[in-house]
Design a protein around this ligand. Sequence first.
Ligand code: 1CP
Length: 323
Amino acid sequence: MRQAGRSLPEYRAVREGTTMLESCTRPDLVVEITLQPVRRYGVDAAIFFSDIVLPLKAVGVDLEIKPGIGPVIATPVRSFDDLDPVRPVEPSDVPYVTDSVKQLVSELGGTPLIGFAGAPFTVASYLVEGGPSKDYAKTKSLMHSDPKLWHALADRLAEVAIAYLSVQVEAGASAIQLFDSWAGALSPRDYAEFVQPHSAKVFAALAQYGVPKIHFGVNTGELLPLMSEAGADVVGVDWRVPLDEAVRRITAAGGAPKPVQGNLDPALLSAGWDALEPEIDRILAEGQAALGHIFNLGHGVPPTADPEVLHQIVRAVHEKSAR
Ligand code: 1CP
């Protein structure tokens, strides 16, 4: 998850004096930051250190990642002309990604590296809103007022995600995750019409590589069957829906049973072990209802998280699930 490293003193030390986007273009930093949580916690997979807006920056979209805010776009998309700079990356646009992934795969040995990209809706929300948003009002308004422009934008962003994920998989990433973090802002009806076909295009294009594909969003309880149907092999679940209920929703409409990923509430990281341990037990038990379960937080690690608590969770999950 984004910010996984932000709670680590060793992350803050190496990032000192380097902007987020510059860090993403330096293989020495990308490799070190990606490895830090693996080294410290012994987690079962690494997530590549990058950001969902990096491929846009790499093709010249004028944007920044502002500390404490997130991605900020200089010229929000309002017309077809604004789509011009939004084009897929070529491997030569992001040589540092290929270099970093290759180096990571060799250093990680048997630990898989998860590559990732932002899904068309979530990336579009930054391009249309101009930055982070609470209600995605401009994005939803654009979908309904100018569906042609919306679909043209989302189609380009599907191409961006396909190209960026392909670079990572071709360099050796062994699984991919498509982050549609903010899709939960949409009704199932809008999701099905305006978003699902574009995310489905991404999953369909990646199928040729045969790597597992994970699909994640926050607040997506109502969308789980549609997000599963988009073509993911694994469905991410935040903390709002128990995993057994998530499985029920995914299969209720005739969907194939799938592994799930989640779903510890990140807020509980500061609640103390007596509150956390029963939650871990509950999640592991409910995860048994699925075809497979990847234990994870329901969203990103808060920057204030105590690394010792995270370590304790990883140890407990390993011990309990081995039993
Ligand atoms: O944690 C890691 O090291 C993994 C690398 C990673 C990932 C998977 C980063 C680094 N970003 C992401 C994905 C990402 N970026 C998502 C999808 C996952 C999620 O929902 O968390 C999203 C929505 C973003 C956009 C973004 N980038 C935000 C959110 C803004 C908002 O709308 O609320 C923020 C704060 C960033 C900056 C960012 N990206 C990553 C880090 C470590 C940071 C913080 C940088 C800093 O503070 O210096």
